[in-house]
Write a protein of this length. Sequence first.
Length: 114
Amino acid sequence: MSETKMFVLSAPPPGVDQAELHDWYDVHEAEVLELDGFRGAERFELEALRSANADPLQFTHLIAYEIEGSFEDAWQNLRDAVDGGQMQFPGWYPQLVSAGALGSRLGGAAKEAA
């Protein structure tokens, strides 16, 4: 299992249905996984839970990419592919709300209940 992951949170713009979003993500995920440094991906649909002191979650989807090797190299490969026009983006993409984060594993292996 990779020790480094890139997380991307997103919410589609109004008028984009789940099927259209998932169809594009199927293509986008495959494009990203063809790049050096990206070795796996997992997608999730999110449902906000009540929080004691935070604003409601604005994102409805999460994708976690497993990074192999240097994150900086993988990130540069992704930027080069995007900037070089090697990735397909739908017309509604500029209205997609998204945020990314780099995550590094803490505390060793994942823990499971006894």
